[in-house]
Design a protein. Structure first.
Length: 95
């Protein structure tokens, strides 16, 4: 399973909203979901099943999260478990 993520948008007032846009190179079943897990409360504090991205009609998955300016963001994408973690183009989990 390979995912591509990306895009940040600057919001004034010392906050920043980050939009994650994910596309799977493989078709996912209607019962499958993409989750984001990360180091911030908005990203579930590394709880794999806590933050589900929203499936869009264009086949992408999206989530919007607001962070204080300068907040370090670390995240991984999964299908709900570490055994189903997103992989890079070479088939390895990204660092």
């Amino acid at each position: 399973m390979i995912f591509v993520a990306g895009a940040a948008q600057h919001i004034p007032a010392r906050a920043q909203t980050v939009e994650f846009i994910v596309r799977s190179q493989e078709a996912l079943a209607d019962t499958e979901n993409i989750f984001i897990a990360g180091n911030q409360p908005q990203l579930g504090h590394w709880n794999l099943g806590a933050v589900k991205l929203q499936r869009r009609s264009d086949g992408s998955w999206r989530g919007h999260f607001t962070f204080s300016m300068g907040t370090p963001i670390e995240f991984k994408l999964t299908l709900g478990s570490w055994n189903r973690e997103a992989l890079d183009a070479q088939g390895h989990p990204p660092p």
